[in-house]
Ligand binder design. Sequence first.
Ligand SMILES: [Zn+2]
Length: 449
Amino acid sequence: MSLDRREFLLALAAASALPAAAKAAPWRAGFATVDITPPLGVWMGGYAARKEPAQGIAQPLHAKALAVADSAGRRAVVVSLDVLGLTEPAVDRIAGAVRRQYGLSRQQLLLCSSHTHSGPIIRDQLAVAYDLKPVQWDQVRASTRRIEGQVIEAAGRALGSMQPSRLRWAQGEAGFAANRRTAINLDGPVDHAVPVLAVERPDGRLAGVVFGYACHNTTLPASFVRYHGDYAGVAKADLERRHPGVTALFIQGCGADANPQPRGTLELAEQHGHELADAVDRALAGAAEVTGPLRTAFTTVSLAYAPAPGAEAWRRKLDDENVYVRRHAQMMLDVIARDGRTVAAESAPLHVLRLGSLCMVALSGEVVADYALAIRQKYGRGTWVAGYTDSVFGYVPSARVLREGGYEGGEAMLYFGRPGPFADTVEATVLNGVDALMAAAGVTPAEGT
Ligand SMILES: [Zn+2]
């Protein structure tokens, strides 16, 4: 057999591609999906104005897990779930069980809530906002316990299904998030980034996609009383329909001061979800390969509250005309009677998950866009900044938003049953914590830019 020069070169290229194909799976990755839709009749979280509990299922709610390991066997699990947010006790129980059953430490487990306002209340989160009977709180607690078990199950199933994989990463953009504090500041920032992580099998088949967006899942209004994942739920379902066999996970960004625009109907939630899925698909087309290693880092920072009033001031509020102010004042008095004082600081979890050149910073609480913009400016445009990870204890304003005040600046903390706004050290405390984690994960500011 004789080869001309062109054929010879083609044959050579094919032969040299073989070892590359064998090396083409530097990761192992697995997915799991668990339906966490609660029974009908459980009160839904997020809107104080809601008048009735869940009457139907417009879309099933899910916990979806990605388990990933590098060639040295270092593992991490990211769980994304269609709820408003987890509470610290729920996170502790889930993380404890995952450690006991699967040997994963807290820094290897990220629990990311989509912040849908059409899912069940989690435990006593935002208890000031809801006027429920004891039996209804019992339903909420039973639903939360069930979901905790389902998240643990999702993590285990994802770990058990890991297969050789390649990872690709890209960042797209979608424009429907709008800063929602325009009454206070017309020039407030908004983050339109759509970070995307694709998991492919060695044969090139897409197995899963993890994508983010920084915007409240509040297209659906308080009058909507059927379970639904809002725009994020639509985008996930859309991507899974477009790519059969794929598992799609949504990661909420620093969307605390952003709402979808326009909003108010199921049709608009579908419109935004399709737009987000389109952005993910466009980004996938140009995604670049990510190689190891996997690094994780975790800490909790203590976010101090501004000095809170004493018992006498809370007692005066028991006569306030606003029912939420009265309920909150009674809660603060109960805390003082029990502990001698209201809580002085919040324990806020922070994560860094590094997959080679891709670095995800995952913050707890409802985090405003300033944080994502500051972290990306320092560590590079490609840094993925998530909020609503682990516990969602309240809003985390930047120094600017804290100064400006308003709902995200501190007023919302009443509904979370917290004593008031954070102290003006909040932004520096979070960003210093992120810097320490980045250093621990081997990420330097220069590297990311
Ligand atoms: Zn919110």
